[in-house]
Design a protein around this ligand. Structure first.
Ligand SMILES: Nc1ncnc2c1ncn2[C@@H]1O[C@H](COP(=O)(O)OP(=O)(O)OP(=O)(O)O)[C@@H](O)[C@H]1O
Length: 369
């Protein structure tokens, strides 16, 4: 049952791409440094750290290479490139790549998102104001309302919007031609996009989690932009706790800088990184307090499980949805927790991480067993 359907006590959260449904885009805000989502304030802080050109964009070698080809071909033909769909978990660089695409094409970027478009008319207004060659970034495109989605099909394929005039039986559609433009859609949930919409993208790039070396490069670059010197050992330490996500790496870097300036001597060295991340309760594997509470409850209170989501949530004093959407995805991805038809189980690495002896049953009773 690799898609995770039919799990005990799972509510609506079936696994998709390793992530439960409803993850992150709908998840409650959690006051933690290691959650991959960002609010507007954080996005403003991030703006200064965004790579501006494709060759500054760290990692994602395959997508970068493919995009570079698509963009160069479009430039050579002096035409807008095909529409681009970027998929992948939050904080991996989809917005950054959309900005880079516009910059590389020497055009401007218009930004909106699925949830911001309430009615088809909202989207028609955005589309009809686009200039030739502009890039329209549609974040969270999987959350577009159906009527807007249908309007978008026509706009993407035929560069036309049908403006409806009047109401009821007397209503008529007046076609309005649009100049050529490029949609860059971003989604954390590519599987939710209806096929007709997915098919209208000529290029789809999937962003994966970054490895430690790539995150060290992101951190060193960001430190330079922030005007601080980051010791290589400190970069490695922060990278190891960043869950494969540049957004989290940059966030941890800002907190290490705070610590170094307020409690240290200003140097961002290994000792400063460790001390800062201890203050913010991010452990050496990137787990925060909630993550560890879940593991401790599973191992210490329930003997490693299986235990139902609701019971587990009560044990850690959280809502089931919080445990499922905030803590669990990373614990499952890291192979610390398994989801079985009878409930959650602690896998062998969870016991090891807590410094506990691994019981013989752990790990045998693994995923979907
Ligand atoms: N490859 C990269 N190289 C350097 N910095 C990166 C890279 N990818 C992301 N970042 C940085 O991480 C932060 C988050 O990136 P971004 O906003 O593009 O993520 P996202 O995938 O659009 O997230 P969301 O789905 O939440 O909108 C930004 O500050 C960005 O500069």
């Amino acid at each position: 049952m690799a898609d995770g359907r039919g799990l005990a006590d799972d509510g609506p959260g079936a696994l998709e791409d390793g992530l439960p449904r409803g993850l992150l885009d709908d998840a409650p805000a959690a006051p933690s440094l290691v959650r991959p989502g960002a609010d507007d304030l954080e996005r403003a802080a991030e703006a200064a750290l965004r790579p501006r050109r494709l060759d500054e964009f760290v990692g994602q070698r395959v997508v970068r290479d493919q995009l570079s080809l698509v963009l160069q071909a479009a430039r050579q033909r002096d035409r807008a490139p095909d529409h681009v769909l970027l998929s992948g978990p939050p904080g991996l660089g989809k917005t950054t790549l959309a900005m880079i695409i516009a910059a590389e094409l020497g055009t401007s970027l218009r930004i909106t998102s699925g949830p911001a478009i309430q009615h088809a008319g909202d989207l028609a207004a955005v589309l009809s104001s686009l200039e030739e060659g502009e890039v329209l970034f549609l974040d969270e495109i999987h959350r577009l309302a159906r009527p807007a989605e249908e309007l978008l099909y026509v706009a993407m394929e035929d560069f036309r919007v049908d403006v409806v005039v009047g109401k009821g039986a007397g209503a008529s559609a007046i076609p309005l031609a649009l100049p050529p433009f490029t949609v860059v859609g971003a989604t954390t949930r590519a599987g939710l996009l209806p096929a007709p919409l997915r098919d209208r993208f000529g290029f789809t790039g999937h962003l994966d989690f970054y490895d430690a070396g790539e995150l060290e490069q992101v951190l060193t670059r960001s430190a330079g932009l922030l005007g601080v010197v980051l010791a290589p050992e400190a970069a490695a330490e922060i990278a190891g706790r960043s869950r494969g996500t540049p957004r989290i790496a940059n966030r941890l870097l800002r907190r290490v800088r705070d610590w170094a300036e307020v409690r240290g001597d200003g140097s961002l060295d290994l000792a400063a990184a460790r001390a800062a991340l201890a203050v913010f309760e991010v452990d050496e594997r990137g787990l925060d307090r909630l993550d560890r509470s879940v593991l401790e409850a599973l191992c210490l209170r329930f003997g490693g499980g299986p235990v139902g989501l609701t019971t587990l949530a009560v044990a850690v004093g959280e809502e089931p949805e919080t445990v499922e959407t905030v803590a669990e995805p990373f614990l499952v991805r890291e192979g610390l927790v398994g989801r079985t038809p009878r409930g959650r189980v602690a896998l062998a690495p969870a016991w090891t991480h807590l410094g506990l002896p691994v019981p013989p049953s752990a790990g045998g009773d693994t995923l979907f067993g």
